[in-house]
Design a protein around this ligand. Structure first.
Ligand code: ZN
Length: 459
C-alpha cells in the first residue's frame, strides 16, 4: 500500500512538473517576416556588417547575428499544394493557417475553403492581436493573417474584412484602400468601431490605449533608404514599439505579426544597395524585439521569411588581363591576374546610397532622350548613390537598362532571377520556447508549433 501511495505521488509530481515546464509558457509572440528574405540576404547583410567597417556598426555585429547566436535555427520549405515556387500570399496563408494553399490565395486552403488563421485562433484564446507591414496593410502577407479571399488583388474586399475582423493593431501603408471608391466610408466606419486612426508619427505618439489603425501613406510606405526624406512616416520599429505598448495592456498577452515587406521589392529590382538598407531596417526592429523579449521573459520572437526573392550574391568575374594584374607588394601577380573577387568597398557604397536605383531607373527611362547626356547621368547617379560615380567606365551609358545592368556587373553582383526562388528559408526563434522551432520542416508546421508554445485551450 505504502509503495502504491509513493508511486501515485511520484506520478502526480511528474505530471505537475511536465505541466509547468512543457510547451505553453509563451504569453506573447512577435512574429517578424522578412518578405523575400532568403538565407543569402541574411548572409549578405551580416557579412557586410562584420567585415566592411561600416560607420553604423562600430562593434561589427548586427542584431541579426546576435539573435542567431543566442536563438534557435530551423530550415523550412515553402512549396504550396502543387507548386515548388510560392508567392507571398500562399506562403503567408500556409504559415498563418497551417493548411496547404495555392499561389495568390489569401487565408484559404487549396480547396478554396477559408481556414482559421493564427490571429483568429489567438483571439479565441483571449489575446490581443495585430498586423504591421511597411508595404500596405492589405498586401498579401498581412492579408493572409487577417482575411480570406480567393485572390490577393481583392484589396478593397480585404480592407473591409480586416476592419470587420478588427485586430487591435493594423499599421502600415495603403490609406487609399480605406478612403476611395467602394471603401470611401471605411475609415469612418473604423472610427465608429473604436479605432483611433493615425496618419503620421505625431498621431501615432498620441495613441496610448485601445485599437489603432495606422495608415501612414496612400500606398506602400517609402523604401528604407528614402525614409529620411519622409520624416512624418514612422519606421517599422517605431510602429512595432507602439503596437507592443498597446497590445501588452491585455493581461492574456498578444500575437503580433510584423512584415518587413520591401526586402522582396529590392530583390525583385536587383538593387543590392536598397536590399542592404531594407535588411538594416529589419535589423533595427530585431534589436528592439529581442530586447523586449529579454525584459519581458514571456515572449517569443520568431523571425523567418515567406520565400526568397532574386537569388542575389556577389560573384567573381574575369576582367581581361590588361585591365587587372593585381600584384602583391613584392610584385607577384595575384588571382591569376585578371579576376576581380569583389570588394568590401561595395558595402561601404551601399551604406552611402541615398535613393532606390529601381526608382531612379524608372525616372530616367521616362525622361526625353535629349536630356539624358552622359554629364547629366553622371550627376544624377552620383546624387542617388551617394558618391562620385565615373560614368566613363560604362559602355553606352545612355541605354538606361544596360547602364543599371552594368552597375551591378561592375560591383560583382549577380541575380539569378527577377522573381521568387525555391531556396529553403531560415527561421530564427528567440526567447521563450525557441527550441520548438528547430530542425527541417515545412511552413505548414509553424502554426501547430505556435499553438503548442502558446498553450492554447483544448479544442
Ligand atoms: Zn515578391
Amino acid at each position: 500500500m505504502q509503495k502504491i501511495k509513493q508511486l501515485v505521488w511520484t506520478v502526480l509530481v511528474c505530471l505537475f512538473l511536465a505541466g509547468t515546464l512543457s510547451a505553453g509558457d509563451v504569453k506573447n509572440v512577435i512574429w517578424i517576416i522578412g518578405d523575400g528574405m532568403g538565407p543569402e540576404a541574411m548572409g549578405f547583410f551580416m557579412q557586410g556588417v562584420r567585415y566592411a567597417g561600416l560607420e553604423d556598426y562600430p562593434g561589427k555585429v548586427s542584431n541579426l547575428e546576435k539573435m542567431m547566436n543566442s536563438g534557435e535555427w530551423g530550415l523550412f520549405f515553402n512549396n504550396t499544394y502543387d507548386t515548388i515556387v510560392t508567392d507571398s500570399a500562399a506562403s503567408a496563408t500556409q504559415m498563418a493557417t497551417g493548411k496547404l494553399s495555392r499561389p495568390e490565395f489569401v487565408g484559404m486552403d487549396y480547396n478554396s475553403q477559408p481556414a482559421e488563421t493564427l490571429l483568429e485562433w489567438a483571439r479565441r484564446q483571449g489575446k490581443s492581436i495585430g498586423v504591421i507591414s511597411d508595404t500596405y496593410v492589405t498586401d498579401a502577407t498581412p492579408a493572409s493573417f487577417s482575411a480570406h479571399a480567393q485572390n490577393r488583388n481583392q484589396k478593397m474586399e480585404i480592407a473591409r474584412q480586416m476592419i470587420s475582423f478588427a485586430p487591435e493593431v493594423i499599421m502600415g501603408g495603403g490609406l487609399k484602400y480605406f478612403t476611395t471608391g467602394e471603401n470611401k466610408k471605411l475609415l469612418r466606419q473604423a472610427k465608429k468601431q473604436g479605432y483611433r486612426v493615425a496618419l503620421n508619427k505625431k498621431d501615432l505618439a498620441a495613441v496610448k490605449s485601445g485599437k489603432i489603425l495606422g495608415l501612414f501613406s496612400e500606398e506602400a510606405l517609402p523604401m528604407a533608404l528614402e525614409l529620411e526624406r519622409n520624416p512624418k512616416v514612422p519606421s517599422l520599429t517605431e510602429q512595432t514599439q507602439k503596437a507592443v505598448e498597446l497590445l501588452s495592456q491585455n493581461e492574456n498577452g498578444f500575437v503580433l505579426m510584423v512584415e518587413a515587406g520591401k526586402i522582396d521589392w529590392a530583390g525583385h529590382a536587383h538593387d543590392a544597395g536598397a536590399w542592404f538598407h531594407e535588411m538594416k531596417n529589419l535589423d533595427d526592429l530585431l534589436g528592439y524585439a529581442t530586447a523586449y523579449a529579454d525584459k519581458n521573459g514571456e515572449t517569443l520572437v520568431y523571425l523567418n521569411a515567406d520565400h526568397d526573392t532574386g537569388l542575389g550574391a556577389f560573384t567573381y568575374r574575369h576582367l581581361g588581363k590588361e585591365k587587372a594584374m593585381q600584384k602583391t607588394s613584392q610584385g607577384e601577380v595575384l588571382y591569376g591576374g585578371d579576376i576581380d573577387y569583389a570588394s568590401f568597398e561595395t558595402f561601404r557604397q551601399f551604406a552611402k546610397q541615398k535613393e532606390s536605383l529601381y526608382n531612379l531607373e524608372e525616372e530616367l527611362k521616362k525622361m526625353p532622350a535629349e536630356k539624358l547626356t552622359p554629364a547629366y547621368l553622371q550627376k544624377r547617379l552620383s546624387q542617388a548613390m551617394g558618391f562620385e560615380v565615373d560614368i566613363n567606365q560604362f559602355e553606352n551609358p545612355t541605354d538606361i537598362s544596360g547602364l543599371f545592368q552594368q552597375i551591378n556587373t561592375s560591383r560583382g553582383l549577380v541575380w539569378a532571377t527577377p522573381n521568387h526562388s525555391s531556396l529553403p528559408i531560415l527561421s530564427v526563434a528567440y526567447g521563450q520556447e525557441a527550441d520548438e522551432f528547430t530542425g527541417v520542416y515545412h511552413n505548414t508546421d509553424i502554426l501547430p508549433r505556435m499553438k503548442n508554445v502558446l498553450g492554447g485551450k483544448e479544442e
